[in-house]
Design a protein around this ligand. Structure first.
Ligand code: SFD
Ligand code: AMP
Length: 608
């Protein structure tokens, strides 16, 4: 395949919520710049918001006098058991309301509060929307802003400058429809390629195995691309486990916050505060925090399950007593998680008459929900302490390379609106970076491009060469296919890194063995085979997932405490240990030597 080469000023990789925000804002500040957006699916329906959402989970209501950005920082800090980048949280929070109002001006229908005429609240930070078409509405604004949008291109690698591996120069990938190789050169690059599902074994099995809570196509590219390029990462041990309706993974927020449903054990007993004494002994003051941090709500549920009091029920039947509430309940899922209504239909559950089971999910890696894994990024000049600011907002430790949304670590609770907002902040900063360095034109060497072009198609070559050696069936002695790879990854992570099958529990011995097994899987990645372009995409998604998983394992091994019970437990260090671990864990991977550096970074508090 010949490489088609595109030159640009700002290059955005991934057109989900953050990528769309980046395109919109970069156009505002960079009127004459060439802004190119590259997406592996099609931005109209891509990313975690593809099927729609029923709530926007980050809206402060500053103008309405509901919350101030400082309140939000305190909320996120408490929910993350103390460890957030307060500068990033504050910066996003002070701008997020304007993004939400933009969505409304573009035609997104909001539910209204009949008393105030304002947005109807789901909870203190969330507003209710009729959000089936949320993504097409946001994508339209991005499509109008970008100079060119390249859909159906799977980005596999970042390019760095031939003379300076610490300076980004663009990215390469291939067209998942016709196989063409694409090289995008750029002065600044924004990675907004989303979080990661299917790192850990999902609860769904067999023909339902594609079902996960976070999107199955969230393949960890945001992390894989960055880790491979040597960017510093943070909080990668802060995996996310969410409490969800069983089997369909329907979210619980609207049920708890708007509809005020009760969750109980098998015997009708509410359990959330039952374990407070134990939680206080192990995790200190957070056990008494209000609201109880998300991970401690999970922890209480897991303790209840371990005590033999499963199943846990969400009592929908107690609250769906008016047509209006019934509409809110159904629309919550029809706008966002249609499969949950299908589970109701398939399992004879009428939610007005019968409670639904709740269950904790497999862990995900992401930076925008109640967790904050991702890249270590510069904050804004006016808020960040010197250690957290290196010239441009949301720039990673690689010069000219920015991140937003799930990509950026340390700033939890952004959700869809905050990810879009962070994209806007990165877009603005990327334009400033380009304008400040008019003669800075990075270029990857022809040799590097040529090598990557070969590497990209290696799985197709593996298949072509070895397929004929199979004498019966489809299992090859010479290669593994991407699904076999992902299942092997999930098994390793589930059993050694504390997935649901291990009750989220691990220890140093398990983690070390997990790293060893993963290194063998990494060797076999050279022998992944792709029979077509779809499988070639799966092969590269697998590689990004494996890099994400390895970083998670190494961070989890390094942090010798249990910081986020309910998301993960270190059985050898069962307590939260503020004395030694009130810090971020950061890492850098050196691809050339294969070595990792994992180290502590101070968590600076800014007086909020
Ligand atoms: O209820 C490549 N989220 C919710 N946010 C809310 O505001 N309200 C909710 O109600 C939310 N809930 C929820 C949510 C997500 C899901 C799946 C469900 C329910 C079922 C979270 C938000 O969706 C999330 O925070 C943001 O979408 C994050 O934004 P961003 O931009 O960081 O990720 P993305 O939108 O997934 O976009 C990533 C894009 O990159 C593309 N991509 N392109 C090229 N090459 C590659 N290698 C690529 N890899 C990925 C993707 O295709 C995508 O377009 S609730 O549960 O809390
Ligand atoms: P979820 O539907 O679980 O993704 O949650 C949506 C939003 O509601 C997120 O901001 C959650 O942190 C919040 N949330 C969910 N359940 C609760 C709860 N029981 N108490 C407080 N906040 C919650």
């Amino acid at each position: 395949m010949e490489a088609k080469v595109i030159d640009s000023d700002v290059l955005i990789l991934g057109g989900g919520m953050a990528g769309c925000g980046a395109a919109y804002e970069a156009r505002h500040w960079g009127r004459g710049l060439k802004i190119v957006l590259v997406e592996k699916a099609s931005i109209e329906r891509s990313g975690a918001v593809a099927m729609g959402l029923s709530a926007i989970n980050c809206y402060l209501g500053v103008r309405e006098g509901e919350n101030a950005p400082e309140d939000f920082v305190r909320y996120a800090r408490n929910d993350m058991m103390g460890l957030v980048r307060e500068d990033l949280e504050f910066d996003m929070a002070r701008h997020v309301d304007s993004s939400v109002r933009l969505f409304e001006s573009w035609g997104l229908p909001f539910k209204r509060d009949p008393r105030t005429g304002g947005y109807a609240r789901e909870g203190r930070w969330q507003v209710l929307i009729h959000g089936e078409s949320y993504k097409p509405i946001v994508a339209e604004a991005a499509a109008k802003s970008a100079s060119e949008v390249y859909n159906r291109i799977m980005v596999t690698h970042l390019l760095t400058d031939s003379g300076d591996p610490g300076r980004v120069a663009g990215a390469v990938g291939f067209d998942v429809r016709d196989g063409a190789c694409w090289a995008f050169r750029a002065k600044a690059v924004i990675v907004s390629a989303g979080g990661a599902s299917r790192i850990f074994r999902p609860r769904s099995v067999g023909e339902g195995a594609g079902r996960t809570w976070y999107a199955p196509w969230s393949s960890g590219s945001a992390y894989g691309l960055l880790i491979d390029a040597g960017a510093e990462m943070t909080q990668m041990e802060n995996r996310l486990v969410v409490a969800r309706f069983k089997d369909g993974y329907g979210p619980v927020g609207a049920w708890f916050l708007t509809l005020k449903a009760r969750a109980t054990n098998a015997y009708g007993e509410e359990y959330e505060l039952k374990y407070r004494d134990e939680q206080r002994k192990l995790y200190g003051r957070y056990a008494d925090a209000k609201p109880l941090p998300s991970c401690l709500r999970n922890d209480a549920m897991l303790r209840e399950i371990r005590a033999g009091n499963a199943p846990i029920y969400m009592h929908t039947e107690e609250i769906l007593d008016t047509p209006e509430k019934e509409a809110i309940g159904y629309e919550d899922f029809l706008d966002m998680t249609v499969s949950q209504t299908l589970v109701w239909a398939a399992q004879n559950i009428n939610p007005s008459k019968r409670a639904s089971e709740l269950q904790t999910s497999e862990p995900y890696v992401m930076g925008s929900h109640a967790a904050c894994a991702g890249a270590w990024a510069s904050g804004p000049q006016d808020v960040s302490p010197a250690d957290y600011f290196w010239g441009y907002n949301r720039m990673t430790t690689i010069r000219g390379l920015f991140g937003a949304g799930d990509t950026v670590g340390g700033s939890a609770h952004k959700f869809s609106s905050g990810s879009f907002t962070e994209g806007r902040l990165a877009g603005k900063a990327a334009v400033a970076f380009i304008e400040d360095h008019p003669s800075d034109r990075p270029a990857a060497s022809d040799k590097a491009l040529e090598d990557l072009r070969e590497e990209i198609y290696k799985p197709i070559e593996n298949f072509r060469l070895a397929r004929g050696l199979i004498t019966g069936g489809s299992v090859s002695p010479d290669y593994i296919d991407p699904l076999q790879g992902v299942v092997r990854l999930e098994k390793i992570m589930d059993e050694y890194a504390g997935g649901w099958g291990s009750m989220y529990t691990t220890n140093a011995t398990l983690l070390r063995r997990g790293i060893e097994l993963l290194s063998m899987l990494k060797e076999d990645l050279s022998w992944v085979a792709a029979e077509d372009l779809h499988q070639l995409q799966r092969a590269w998604e697998l590689r990004h997932r494996v890099l994400t998983a390895e970083t998670l394992l190494r961070h989890t091994l390094f942090r010798q405490e249990t910081r986020w019970p309910g998301y993960g437990y270190r059985s050898d260090f069962p307590k939260l240990d503020d004395k030694n671990w009130d810090v971020f864990v950061n890492s850098v991977y050196d691809k050339a030597s294969g070595e990792w550096k994992v180290f502590k970074k101070p968590c600076l508090r800014l007086g909020f």
